[in-house]
Design a protein around this ligand. Structure first.
Ligand code: UDX
Length: 421
């Protein structure tokens, strides 16, 4: 968008990599974007927060806000970075807009403002703004550049004016709100999307019992514009670094405000039950899991990312490993992270999707990578010991895998079997 951007991180390893034009995570299109903007001298990286604050008109805070054991949001990184920004501010450095991009509980902005006032020298001129981020991993670049909406929450008209300049070349509606409403929009939006997923997953359980097909039911729901077809894909449940944390966070925030949000507690329960139901079905099919060879395709929490945080697939691998199944798993991008994440288990990470299925008694599809849908199932059939697929993401076409000789189990749909000769 033509702005000059100076990125700060206290992880010097990341800063070194980025300064060399290398992206520390797998995110389609991001490395090219970094390299292009570096070449055009608009994008730089540093560990020097004081320099970054001094040189900038707008300072975005984008630090993690992880969940604590009780589900509340850990705001210590926000507090720390607010203090560091405060200590970098001087009355001679001019007006600054401090923008919170991290997902934070409603009213955190006021605490950031108070913290900066407490630790900054006299006479500094600044405002605090909330500008929540809605991008999804795996399509972050496109989500960032083509957002459905841009939410800017501020109680200062001066700061609002600066923020509208920051976003002036974006072709998206800008919703202007007060500081606290913007903060709440993020938790409310993510929790609503998680609710949609749990809703269709609960429907998938009814479909399995009744013989209805959840894909058709979701299509019928999605055609109603008031419902929309987005986030109605039944599967193993939602994972990742946002939904599980944000639903928990919103439950905790509401509880703390004295307005318990029981609906969201059920959203969480349905999400947990979804994986358990799937595991039960695998167990029923194999009778006991002990010493059964199980291949798992997909370890990332979803496709097009190497992120395994709160990945349902990782949880599933752990559970099967605990029951002493012999689990071998493959993921096109998340293998390195999964090796670390599953280091305390017997799960073997394979480098090749076909090697992974050799002698397996079941193939579990746990992440919706495109390459799994395009696999050569004739070859997979030859390599496996038993031709059984459990598709946790409804990725495959039942008809074609059955034609390749497989028994096919998916979520919220009837199981399909090859014709007996
Ligand atoms: C989410 C929000 O979508 C995004 O707006 C916010 O900024 C960050 O959190 P992300 O966690 O990257 O993004 O992934 P998303 O695509 O939303 O998927 C989250 C989880 O839900 C994944 O595990 C995915 O597999 C699952 N999911 C998603 C479903 O099970 N069904 C669906 O229909 C959609």
């Amino acid at each position: 968008m033509g702005h000059n951007v100076l990125c700060v991180d206290n992880d010097s390893r990341k800063i070194t990599m980025l300064s060399e034009g290398k992206c520390p995570i797998y995110e389609p299109g991001l490395e090219e974007l970094i390299q292009r903007n570096m070449a055009e001298k608009r994008l730089n990286f540093t560990s020097d927060i004081a320099r970054a604050v001094a040189e900038s008109d707008v300072v975005f805070i984008a630090v993690p806000t992880p969940p604590q054991v009780d589900g509340s949001v850990d705001l210590s990184y926000i507090e720390e970075v607010s203090r560091e920004i405060a200590e970098s501010l001087t009355s001679s450095c001019g007006y600054k807009v401090i923008v919170d991009k991290s997902t934070v509980p409603v009213s955190t902005g006021s605490k950031v403002m108070q913290t900066i006032k407490t630790y900054a020298s006299e006479g500094v001129d600044f405002d605090v703004v909330s500008n929540p981020e809605f991008l999804r991993e795996g399509c972050a670049v496109s989500d960032l550049l083509h957002p459905d909406r841009i939410v800017i929450g501020s109680d200062s008209p001066r700061a609002m004016k600066v923020m509208k300049q920051v976003y002036q070349s974006f072709d998206a509606p800008i919703l202007e709100t007060d500081l606290h409403s913007a903060e709440l929009i993020k938790h409310a939006a993510n929790s609503f999307l998680a609710l949609k997923i749990s809703y269709i997953n609960a429907v998938s359980a009814v479909c399995e019992r009744s013989g209805a097909d959840v894909e058709l039911v979701a299509a019928g729901l999605g055609l109603d514009k008031r419902i929309s077809s987005h986030f109605l894909r039944a599967g193993l449940g939602y994972g990742g670094s946002c939904f599980p944390k944000d639903v928990k966070g919103f439950i905790h925030i509401s509880d703390a405000l004295g307005v318990p949000f029981d609906l969201l507690k059920e959203v969480e329960r349905i999400n947990q039950r979804q994986m358990e139901r799937f595991l039960n079905r695998i167990r029923e099919r194999l009778w006991v899991l002990r010493n059964k060879k199980i291949a798992v395709w997909g370890l990332a929490f979803k496709q097009n990312t190497d992120d395994i945080r709160e990945s349902v697939s990782i949880k599933l691998c752990r559970r099967m490993d605990e029951e002493q199944a012999i689990v071998r798993a493959y993921d096109p991008q998340a293998a390195a992270n999964a090796s670390r994440g599953l280091a305390d288990t017997h799960v073997e990470i394979c480098r090749d999707m076909y090697e992974c299925v050799r002698d397996a008694e079941v193939l579990v599809i746990a992440t919706e990578w495109e390459e799994f849908a395009c696999a050569d199932f004739g070859r997979v059939r030859e390599l496996m010991h038993l031709p059984v697929i459990f598709d946790g993401r409804n990725l495959l076409e039942a008809e074609s895998v059955v034609r390749a000789g497989f028994e096919y189990h998916s979520v919220g749909r009837r199981s399909a079997y090859p014709a007996k000769n």
